[in-house]
Design a protein. Sequence first.
Length: 87
Amino acid sequence: MTAVSTTTVAWRGTEAETERLLAAVARICGCEFGPVRVRLSTCAAHQMLVEDQRAMNGLSFGKYSAARLRREEWATQTTPWQTTSND
Ligand SMILES: [Zn+2]
């Protein structure tokens, strides 16, 4: 008897974000294919897309946090809870 994965991974991205994700995975893909393009093994990146919800959640978090982090990196004013001293 062969174990079959029945997990479903959710990705909450726009169509453009999904296309960029798939293009990124295609660039680093290490899947092995046979002579008639039958997949012999699945690489870690493709495995993540279909089995690793935690990793996909991390990608979503990073995607939406990146813009905020860039803004904060270049902010010239500090917020009230920040300090400029070297205490
Ligand atoms: Zn692959």
